[in-house]
Design a protein. Structure first.
Length: 71
């Protein structure tokens, strides 16, 4: 697994104060994309491209995420 995308604000459970899921995924070099909305995307094969904003000293950042249709 290279990436986990969720349509919620966090991969952690609601109200969870720990960072167990983040630590586990990031420790395994799995990229996390939160607040991902693919509800209008038709079924098919796509390449997901995430372009994060570079923030000095940050461990996460907002990103522009786009899909490219594979043909």
């Amino acid at each position: 697994m290279k990436l986990v995308g969720v349509d919620y604000l966090s991969v952690e459970g609601y109200g969870n104060k720990s960072h167990v899921v983040h630590d586990t995924l990031l420790g395994a070099n799995v990229v996390i994309v939160e607040s991902l909305n693919l509800s209008e995307v038709p079924a098919g094969d796509y390449e997901l491209i995430a372009l994060p904003v570079k923030l000095k000293g940050a461990d996460g950042a907002p990103a522009r995420v786009v899909l490219r249709t594979l043909t």
